[in-house]
Design a protein around this ligand. Structure first.
Ligand code: 5GP
Ligand code: ZN
Length: 115
């Protein structure tokens, strides 16, 4: 989608600190980090949110996103301390960018429950 900021990051049209990518998935540092490590993991192909990645193809993509996020977490040294993977969905979920993304947060002890 031309007017989607994460589509444009995936296409390389907007700069980002990319920490990993495959043909299907891109991981880059959040512009406004909430933890020492805060990486966003997105599909190259536009889906508005996790609930929109449906059917066998959508399920496969969601699996790849999580698997890629765990690889990035390991590469960034988070395995020993642990980390959080979360995907905000819709208004009550606090989603502000309508392109499916996982937040990978780590590098400090994270509170629970979230606000
Ligand atoms: P959400 O609130 O939708 O769950 O998360 C969107 C995230 O995208 C926020 O944490 C925000 O800081 C991040 N973000 C928004 N615009 C940009 C951008 O242009 N570049 C990067 N790297 N992160 C962005
Ligand atoms: Zn998009």
């Amino acid at each position: 989608m031309a007017d989607c900021i994460f589509c444009r990051i995936a296409a390389g049209e907007i700069p980002a600190q990319v920490v990993g990518r495959t043909a299907e998935v891109v991981a880059f540092r959040d512009l406004n980090p909430q933890a020492p490590v805060h990486v966003l993991v997105i599909p190259v192909r536009h889906h508005a949110a996790a609930r929109d990645a449906t059917g066998p193809e959508g399920e496969r993509l969601l699996g790849r996103l999580v698997a890629f996020a765990t690889d990035v977490a390991a590469q960034l040294g988070l395995d020993a301390g642990g980390y959080r993977l979360v995907t905000n969905t819709g208004k009550d979920g606090g989603q502000s960018v309508d392109h499916l993304h996982l937040h990978l947060l780590g590098g400090r002890a994270l509170g629970w429950p979230p606000g």
